[in-house]
Design a protein around this ligand. Structure first.
Ligand code: BG6
Length: 481
């Protein structure tokens, strides 16, 4: 059922990327290593996937990329700042060339009428801080994050209205995988993760307060990965497991950002599991103050989840991404005594085992609006696939068009039901490194000609979805055909 056929006046249309996944120039112009440079070198050695040294070479192609975005009619672009490019040691001396790069990028966007939406941290902590005290493992990160936030807000605040502090905090806390983004340790130490989560909430709160202090008219948010959890059956124990999963994976993070408090059932569970964390006097006051500066929620929506009652005695297990790009290779999450992930037989999946569920997007948008009454921005949504560059330079990606079309319809329904949506920034503007599958798994509207083994010249090509999305934008989402 489709209720309305329009997006609001002034709705922002664009796409998203993150710094380490697209910039390249990883050791150029004064930039030092960040955690993702190191992790992606390891992934390259182990799986043969491309590392972050060249990525999509956006650092050298940014003008061309912005021109292509403008050709599609973009009015917004979500990207992240590479902390170690502007502050190579995390704090202290800035790197003039790195600072200049983001001025140039923002100016280029503004010159084309594109609103920048800037993420402060998208998984790439400077290695200097990781080596010094373990990154998110230490309380020191809160002040250092605030130092970095103050620096970039002072530098770019007059040109950027929309700021996102942290990308996908719940994923960082819950996934262990090869892309362990909290520390360099390879082991799953759940207790440590919830302490780090608390530090992230404090760092986020400080940065949110700074956005309001330093940016006139500034709007602060954070982008969360948002999957609604469905019960496998209507057996009460499965329904309870779904309730638990939604609280544990979703509300626990939103409650902290938006209400400035921790979800009671999750805190009780963590305590029972011996995973409770240290909260010092003043911490909750800071988190509360941060929540008063939280203006919009960024939604990264790819898929829904399905859970059932946990098997008694099952031990804790994190979900692991499908690394080989053949359906069925996925490990489901287990949280003992809380829920156990499983396959949803009612919906299809991509080759990388991502369930495809457009209605799930309508569900989360309406659920969040009913619960928190907060404006939202789609900060990611997209279809990762093996695209083929034809001899004539065309790329036929009907699967991506079908996916995005279905999600736009779901957004229209949510808007009709009262959801205040600011923008649609799907993943990704152009092809870039996947967090788990190198460059082979592509999401972009713009094809970047390189492979995992051969960086070639990273020449840009327009995919079929490029032309389709251009028409969607030109009609403010009225024409999705
Ligand atoms: C989101 C991340 O989780 O999903 C992005 O914010 C990521 O950084 C995207 O690239 C798609 O996931 P993947 O693993 O296919 O790259």
């Amino acid at each position: 059922m489709e209720y309305v056929n329009s997006f609001p006046e002034g709705f922002l249309w664009g796409a998203a990327t993150s710094a380490y996944q697209c910039e390249g120039a990883a050791a150029e112009d004064g930039k030092k290593d960040n955690q993702q440079d190191v992790i992606n070198r390891e992934i390259h050695d182990e799986y043969g996937y491309a590392d972050a040294s060249v990525a999509s070479d956006h650092y050298h192609h940014y003008k061309e990329d912005v021109a292509l975005m403008a050709e599609m009619g973009f009015t917004s672009y979500r990207f992240s700042i590479n902390w170690a490019r502007v502050l190579p040691d995390g704090v202290g001396e800035p790197n003039p060339k790195g600072v200049e790069f983001y001025h140039n990028l923002i100016d280029e966007l503004r010159a084309h009428g594109i609103e920048p939406v800037v993420t402060m941290w998208h998984y790439d902590l400077p290695m200097a801080l990781v080596n010094k005290y373990g990154g998110w493992a230490s309380r020191q990160i809160i002040d250092d994050f605030a130092y970095y936030a103050r620096f970039i807000l002072t530098e770019y605040g007059s040109k950027v209205k929309y700021w996102l502090t942290i990308n996908e905090q719940s994923i960082v806390v819950n996934y262990i995988d090869r892309k362990n983004k909290i520390s360099m340790e390879d082991k799953f130490n759940p207790k440590f993760r919830y302490q780090a989560n608390h530090y992230m909430n404090l760092a986020h709160a400080k940065a949110a307060i700074l956005v309001h202090e330093l940016v006139p008219g500034g709007q602060c948010g954070a982008a969360l990965d948002m999957a609604p959890y469905y019960p496998h059956t209507c057996a009460p124990a499965d329904v309870m497991a779904a309730k638990n999963a939604n609280a544990f994976k979703n509300y626990f993070y939103m409650d902290a950002y938006i209400r400035g408090e921790y979800t009671e059932s999750v805190m009780a569970y963590l305590k029972r599991q011996g995973l409770d964390f240290e909260i010092l006097p003043g911490d909750m006051e800071l988190i509360k103050k941060g929540s008063e500066c939280f203006d919009f929620l960024g939604i990264n929506y790819y898929q829904s989840g399905c859970v059932k009652a946990p098997t008694p005695g099952a031990s804790r297990r994190s979900k692991e991404n499908n690394k080989i790009g053949k359906g069925g290779h996925v490990t489901y999450e287990v949280q003992p005594d809380l829920f156990e992930g499983c396959k949803n037989e009612n919906i299809g999946e991509t080759d990388f085992s991502m369930p495809i569920d457009p209605m799930g997007l309508q569900y989360v948008l309406e659920d969040i609006n009913d619960r928190y009454h907060i404006p939202m921005m789609i900060c990611e949504n997209g279809f990762g696939a093996y695209d083929v560059l034809e001899k004539d330079g065309s790329i036929h990606d009907p699967y991506r068009i079908a996916y995005i079309r279905a999600h736009l319809k779901a957004m229209k329904n949510a808007i009709a039901n009262g959801v205040k949506l600011i923008a649609y920034n799907p993943w990704s503007a152009f092809d870039l490194l996947s967090t788990s599958n190198g460059i082979a798994k592509r999401y972009g509207f713009i094809y970047v000609d390189r492979t995992d083994d051969d960086v070639k010249e990273c020449k840009r090509y327009r995919k079929d979805s490029f032309y389709w999305y251009k028409n969607v934008i030109a009609t403010n989402g009225k024409n999705l055909e």
